[in-house]
Design a binder for this molecule. Structure first.
Ligand SMILES: Nc1nc2c(ncn2[C@@H]2O[C@@H]3COP(=O)(O)O[C@H]3[C@H]2O)c(=O)[nH]1
Length: 658
């Protein structure tokens, strides 16, 4: 054997020496030395045993470096253990170097951003530091832009300021809205909207957390540096430059505010965030598309007024004649002309014809695309409804083709309508299928885990097993009077009542109700937990839906797939299954004729084996008792007349009903 690492080699040698020295105490050594103190003897023996074990493990490690390092995967190449160990060592070294390098880089970035955040903005920072510090106490050092409701509310304010500028600036440019009295108001609103933009640039944007290489960066210095380096910061800066001051020199005009339009990203950001938090996002989408449409008309109204002034008000039949409310009249023109409604006075001059033609062309493209967008939005909002209609229509057409009886057809229709009305979709699992597992678990746990934990049958089972089970559940709806399980059928699934109720029925015409099970109860578990070889996999009773029953189905295959990984829970369930069967026998649910008789306990009575016949009495105290047949079953007595009606409280396993 070759000892590769010098450290290991010396350690092994030392151990060998220790072991050799201590071998005099070995029980194998003959003759056995006299024992003076049993305690000391035991301690020494245990020390020797542990040293030997350690020695063996170190030897093994020297021979095979992967034996005690499961975290290192052996190389696929056929190189010897020494070569492999060397490679592993090298890889570790390289990894360590890489890690150190990355750490150094990160530290460098941090240092730079601390010392020289951004030279161009340092004056800016000095000025704004007091405000920033104040806001830190209110908003915190950074904000999550996706979930923080305060940020979404703030974005609404920014969007309002943006809309103020994009709607009013063109109108103020085109229409004679500036005057001595009006200007004061315009100035106030202008200043307010600018203030909103400045606060956004200074207070909010540098606080926004961002994702870099999968990490959420929450460090204020980094979020600030990130914003300052972004293209958005540049556009934001340009958009807040107060060109309005030129008004002092050239006269009051909203033309100096056109740079405010650049902040369009803030509007789209607001729109996206709002959509993501709204329950009915399509309402906002419709409103937004309508807004685009109205804005196009607004711009056109402004353009028409400017064109009219350029031509001379009332100079021809086509231009605005200067009567009434200028904006309203021009907007009316825009609606008729841009949406191609027509019925307008014919343009006379070349300018008018060109204007009108441009309007028609622009109208065709802009409005067709906006109308298409609107159709998409409304289509998306009603997609689920359309899918439901299409499925139901397809099913009805199918039933008509095969002339299915009207009664069945009506039941199918009722099922469609009820399912749609109760859950807004036909198959809930379709929705969850597309999600990553972790999301599915989160949803499933949130909706049903608490219900599951209360089910007596699952009490004592592994929590993780319950979560696994939740993921395999399928939702199904039964109509009033539908048989969910039929006595004697093979039990391939068990049910958990989500809402509604079911009845365990028997007797002639199934007119006798034995138990009513409500939301949170389990049924169908008896045949599921019994083995087929005993014939125990047959349903012991009829179960009928009472009203509309919304159930979760857990298939036997799924349950057993899960249980493979949870042997402890498997034992718990097996024990409960046996108890369940015993309790069925104990409830006295059987009449004399139906009382379990030997193998009849297992459902349909199989022919008695000849060998057993030879032993005569197979009943109490007979051979079967001696063979300790554990599983038994309690078939419902259909002929029983006086059986009490049991109503099971919710949150209990049916099998554990009194
Ligand atoms: N046998 C029996 N089944 C019951 C009783 N109460 C509810 N059930 C449920 O009815 C189900 C019928 O199918 P299973 O035999 O699989 O499982 C049964 C039980 O879950 C009862 O008192 N006896």
């Amino acid at each position: 054997m070759k000892l590769r690492s010098p450290r290991w080699r010396s350690e092994v040698n030392q151990l060998q020496v220790v072991c050799l020295n201590t071998s005099v105490f070995s029980a194998d050594a003959a003759p056995a030395p006299p024992v003076y103190s049993h305690y000391a003897d035991d301690v020494l023996r245990s020390v020797i045993r542990r040293l030997r074990e350690r020695n063996a493990s170190l030897r093994e490690k020297v021979v095979d470096p992967y034996a005690t390092s499961p975290e290192v995967t052996p190389p696929v190449s056929k190189c010897g253990p020494e070569e492999a160990a060397r490679k592993v060592e090298e890889k570790k070294k390289k990894d360590e170097e890489k890690r150190l390098e990355a750490e150094q880089k990160a530290e460098e970035v941090r240092r730079r951003s601390r010392i020289l955040p951004d030279f161009s903005c340092s004056c800016f920072d000095l000025l704004l530091r007091p405000l920033e510090e104040k806001m830190d106490s209110v908003l915190g050092s950074t904000i999550d832009p996706f979930t923080d409701r305060r940020y979404i509310a703030w974005l609404a304010v920014v969007a309002a300021a943006y809309n103020y500028n994009v709607w009013f600036c063109p109108a103020r440019l085109a229409f004679p809205y500036h005057g001595r009295t009006a200007n004061k108001f315009w100035v106030v609103f202008d200043v307010l909207s600018d203030l909103v933009n400045v606060v956004d640039v200074v207070v909010w944007q540098p606080r926004l957390q961002f994702v870099r290489g999968g990490d959420i960066i929450k460090d204020r210095t980094q979020t600030k540096a990130h914003y300052r380096k972004s293209f958005r910061f540049k556009t934001d800066l340009v958009s807040v430059v107060p060109f309005d001051l030129l008004s002092l020199q050239f006269g009051f005009s909203s033309g100096f505010r056109l740079n405010r339009f650049i902040r369009i990203e803030s509007f789209f950001e607001f729109s996206d965030r709002l959509e993501s938090v709204m329950d009915k996002a399509y309402i906002w989408r419709v409103a937004r598309t309508t807004g685009y449409l109205l804005y196009m008309l607004h711009l056109n109204a402004c353009a028409f007024y400017v064109a009219s002034v350029f031509q001379g008000l009332a100079s021809t039949t086509w231009v605005y004649d200067g009567k009434g409310t200028a904006y309203l009249r021009c907007y009316y023109f825009a609606v008729r002309s841009l949406i191609n409604i027509g019925g307008l006075p014919e343009p006379v001059t070349l300018f008018e014809i060109t204007f009108q033609m441009t309007n028609f062309f622009v109208g065709v493209f802009v409005f067709s695309s906006l109308i298409g967008q609107m159709r998409d939005v409304i289509g998306a909002a009603t997609a689920a409804q359309s899918y439901f209609r299409a499925s139901m229509d397809g099913c009805v057409a199918y039933m008509n083709t095969y002339t299915i009886p009207k009664l069945v057809q009506n039941r199918v229709r009722t099922w469609y309508n009820y399912t749609w009305a109760s859950q807004g979709m036909l198959d809930e699992s379709e929705l969850l299928d597309k999600m990553p597992l972790v999301m599915k678990i989160a949803i499933a746990v949130d909706i049903n885990l608490s219900t599951f934990q209360k089910i007596a049958l699952f009490q004592g089972c592994d929590q993780q097993m319950l979560v696994d089970m939740l993921l395999r559940l399928k939702s199904i709806i039964f109509l009033p009077g539908d048989f969910v399980v039929k006595k004697g059928d093979i039990g391939k699934e068990m049910y958990i009542i989500k809402s509604g109720a079911v009845q365990v029925v028997g007797g002639p015409d199934n007119s006798m109700v034995f138990v009513t099970l409500k939301a949170g109860c389990v049924f169908g578990e008896i045949s599921l937990l019994q083995s087929a070889k005993d014939g125990g996999n047959r349903r012991t009773a009829n179960v009928r839906a009472y009203g509309f029953a919304n159930l979760f189905v857990l298939e036997k295959k799924d349950l057993f797939d899960i249980l493979v990984h949870y042997p402890e829970s498997q034992k718990v369930l097996a024990k409960k299954g046996r108890q369940l069967m015993k309790s069925k026998v104990a409830t006295g649910a059987q009449t004399k004729e139906d009382k379990p008789k030997g193998l009849a306990l297992f459902g349909q009575k199989p022919p008695t084996p000849k060998l057993l016949k030879a032993f005569g009495n197979l009943r109490k105290g007979g051979l079967l008792d001696k063979l300790k047949v554990k599983s038994s079953r309690a078939p419902f007595d259909d002929t029983q007349s006086q059986r009490s009606r049991v109503v099971v409280c919710p949150q209990k396993s049916a099998g554990e009903a009194p």
